[in-house]
Design a binder for this molecule. Sequence first.
Ligand code: CP
Length: 349
Amino acid sequence: MTSAQTPSSHTRFPAGGRAFPHRDLIAIGALATHEILYLLEEAEPWVAFNRQPAKHADALAGLTIINAFFENSTRTLLSFEIAGKRLGADVVNMHAAQSSVKKGETLIDTAKTLNAMRADALVIRHGSSGAVGLIADKVDCPVLNAGDGQHEHPTQALLDALALRHALRERGEASSDGMMVGRTVTICGDVLHSRVARSNVLCLQALGATVRVCAPPALMPLGIEAMGVEVFHHFDAALAGADVVMMLRLQNERMDGQFIPSPREYRHLYGLTSKRLALAAPDAIVMHPGPMNRGVEIDSDVADMPGRSIITSQVEMGVAIRMACLDVLTRKARRIPGWGAKDSAGEWV
Ligand code: CP
């Protein structure tokens, strides 16, 4: 694909209806399976586009995207910024630590302020579960959840699914739909505090996977069985025959008190070593959303293992999936046919 060949996938959706009927992207739990698959498909042209030397499209030219991050981030913030810029939008980042939040401005007043600046999309990360949904109720533009407390991190789950699909395709094993049917994914780590785990359980199950979660009892949410997962406290048992192993870091910033005896003991019981990985299926795929604590939940030789670890692919797919999400959610504002309708007064609704 050359720089002149920018994806124009919006010509592909059905006439007379929206393939993605949501204004916002707050939670995987709000999406039907075909909507997840739709976003994955929409990301594919952007994967190829991002591998070109020149990566500038104009699909979102003239639009303003505000990334408002109330918690630290490297991957999510940068990939949303890169995604918006590659699509031609004007992208502005608001870091809460340098904003009037520090002077006591409330979340709702901050949201109303950003809304009054006529942003065309807001990307928000916040430390409180439900905060992003609350903001979405107060503003007029699409809101994308970049992670809210222990609730959800939907674009992380989507990028993980896209990275898995690419890894399986490279092995000649993936079909487009139901790509995870018959496959077992073990998610191990601080499940209690992990929005990544929650979004991934929902997304992977929607794609047909059997999902196991593994954590020390203190780091496992009560009642998680209700999500239809298999619950383990012994990592070796959770790994047995797994096709995919997704490791999570200990989220010390969310811990109020002592949840593990020591990092050393945690590694001994729950760290992914090459010896432990051998308990999983031959060629099992290794994933981690980052940031990693090397030598705690995952050893470096496993994190960097050629042919097994897809951790850098997860980062690459993050840009493509965020381009797809921004593209899809701003189509109504861009008057793309099929993504809005005019009412009797001629206004787009
Ligand atoms: N995976 C993830 O959300 O990473 P960041 O916190 O760096 O954005």
